[in-house]
Design a protein around this ligand. Structure first.
Ligand code: BTN
Length: 257
């Protein structure tokens, strides 16, 4: 493990590693040991990168940004999911800024470029050992930056910033933009509440008005996505006119824009 001076984001203290199993796992361990809010863990490679729903996250050396940030908001535990939305907005804005391409969010936490996934977010929470101290949230952000190929099972759905631009991109630039937007959006969330984040989300949401199928463990719900409600649920109008609110699942967009 090496400690380098933080990048120009004074609010973050960054711990850099060449290779770890998962930056989320390292950050969870550090949070358990008392690491403060604003701690960030960044690795050059992950040997067991974790995705949502128990999936893995392909994390080859040097190609991607693998970053986990520790947050300790003084909020009820049942609002933890909101920080995933904060991170999604921040990541989409950062990737949009660095690439000058329209990055969009696909509910709940996928960031897309040209309809393909360029970034994923995994939020994990730790209840405090001693209450009422605030619990810790680890927000893990993985960005495909310079990847030129992907594992077969995601090859049709994934992209990288470099692939979309046709030229390599500096990892530090993406890192700086992500940390900066995450700081700004998190501060806004704490001061103005979730409504402000949701407002920004709506402008980046690529599902609104589109035909979708939402797959959960035991169902497939098809219809027109109407957006995200204040609980973070995806609202879908089925073909029979019934409106359902989906709290979890994977969205497939059926039509092209
Ligand atoms: C997903 O879309 O399934 C979420 C992917 C999250 C990947 C990031 S990479 C940094 C952090 N460490 C992990 O093990 N996972 C997250």
């Amino acid at each position: 493990m090496t400690h380098k001076p933080p990048t120009p984001n004074p609010e973050w203290v960054i711990h850099r590693f060449e290779s770890v199993n998962s930056t989320n796992d390292v950050a969870i361990r550090m949070a358990r040991e008392g690491a403060p809010e604003g701690t960030a863990v960044i690795a050059g490679e992950q040997t067991a990168g974790k995705g949502r729903l128990g999936r893995s996250w392909s994390s080859p050396a040097g190609d991607g940004l693998y970053l986990s940030a520790i947050l300790r908001p003084d909020l009820p535990f049942d609002q933890v999911w909101q920080t995933g939305f904060v991170a999604s907005v921040a990541a989409a804005e950062a990737i949009g800024k660095v690439s000058a391409l329209p990055a969009q969010i696909k509910w709940p936490n996928d960031i897309l470029l040209s309809g393909r996934k360029v970034c994923g977010i995994l939020t994990e929470a730790l209840k405090p050992a001693v209450t009422p101290s605030p619990f810790a949230i680890v927000v893990g952000i993985g960005v495909n930056v310079n990847n030129s190929s992907f594992p077969a099972e995601i090859a049709q759905k994934a992209t990288s910033i470099a692939f979309e631009l046709g030229r390599p991109v500096k990892l530090q630039k993406v890192e700086g933009a992500i940390l900066s937007r995450l700081h700004t959006r998190y501060a806004q969330y704490l001061s103005e509440g979730f409504a402000a984040v949701l407002e920004a989300w709506k402008n980046l949401d690529c599902t609104i008005g589109r035909r979708v199928v939402v797959l959960t463990d035991d169902s497939a719900v098809g219809g027109i996505a109407m957006g995200v409600d204040s609980r973070g649920d995806l609202v879908v109008e089925r073909e029979d006119g019934v409106v359902v609110c989906m709290a979890a699942g994977d969205v497939t967009l059926l039509d092209t824009t």
